[in-house]
Ligand binder design. Structure first.
Ligand code: ADP
Ligand code: MG
Length: 258
């Protein structure tokens, strides 16, 4: 586990501020959620954290180290990511896809070791996908692909997981399963989530992003207020306690313009 510190991060592309002065942190072992309407800048922010994009300004630290001064290999040993549209173009087997997670730990030209193989097997078994090991990745269903990609991320043995809408394209049982796996990993997690009720149940802290800026932060119960949901998402929300756990859950109506 490792802390993530994002400090005054700004992304400008062709004069547009897609991420505007964002500061947030995820403490060791915390699951921190990023919610906001489509186009609010969640993916752009996360891309800076998994180094698919270099911000215009600001810093990201993992523990005490500056992410952008690490080599790609050093950061890949600390951080694994599941991008929003993780496309694997080539027809690798599941075992090959998961084995890619070991690359940051291997010396160049070194072959996969027995330990690498065991780590991959354990990661696949851990997400309940051991039986898929010889299948072609492209033949899998959406839920199976997602589990394999999570296994790849775990095989990487990172300290930090960055996930961009990891429950996309999954049925409800798979969504709950994926979020349980993420929690059980015990890692520090920064994840964008579409579904506010799932975010409320599975995140320790939520940051609401709108127009590239963080507009609210805190425990789900404190952040997901009717006023905020009207302002940011344009919906009327009723809060109800989960009948068993008491966690805040939301019921929505369309907000009709006055
Ligand atoms: P979210 O993940 O919250 O839906 P994104 O971060 O994907 O939002 O996008 C935020 C905004 O930035 C959108 O308006 C999107 O069109 C724009 N955007 C994203 N990437 C680029 C880019 N490379 N060039 C220009 N605009 C971009
Ligand atoms: Mg996105």
């Amino acid at each position: 586990m490792m802390r993530i510190d994002i400090d005054e991060l700004t992304v400008e592309i062709s004069g547009a501020r897609l991420v505007d002065d964002v500061t947030l942190r995820a403490d060791e072992g915390q699951v921190v959620g990023l919610v906001g309407p489509n186009g609010s800048g969640k993916s752009t922010l996360l891309r800076c954290v998994y180094r698919a994009l270099r911000p215009s300004a600001g810093t990201v630290r993992l523990g005490d180290e500056d992410l952008y001064t690490m080599s790609a290999r050093e950061s890949a040993r600390r951080l694994a990511a599941l991008p929003q549209e993780a496309v694997t173009e080539f027809d690798f087997t599941v075992a090959e896809v998961v084995a890619m997670g070991r690359l940051p730990h291997q010396r160049s030209m070194a072959r996969t070791t027995e330990e690498d193989r065991r780590t991959c097997e354990a990661a696949l078994a851990g997400v309940g996908a051991g039986h898929l090991t010889d299948r072609g990745f492209l033949t899998l269903s959406g839920g199976e692909k997602q589990r394999v990609l999570i296994a790849r991320a775990l095989a990487q043995q990172p300290r930090v997981l960055v996930l961009d809408e990891p429950t996309n394209h999954l049925d409800i049982a798979q969504q709950l399963e994926v979020l349980a796996l993420v929690r059980e990993s015990g890692l520090t997690v920064l994840t964008a989530l579409h579904d506010l009720n799932l975010a409320a149940l599975h995140c320790d802290v939520l940051h609401v992003i709108d127009g590239g800026r963080i507009v609210a932060s805190g425990a789900p119960h404190d952040v997901l207020t009717p006023a905020l949901l009207a302002e940011v998402f344009g919906v009327r929300a009723h809060r109800v306690p989960h009948p068993e756990t008491g966690a805040v859950q939301l019921l929505f109506d369309r907000l009709l313009a006055a």
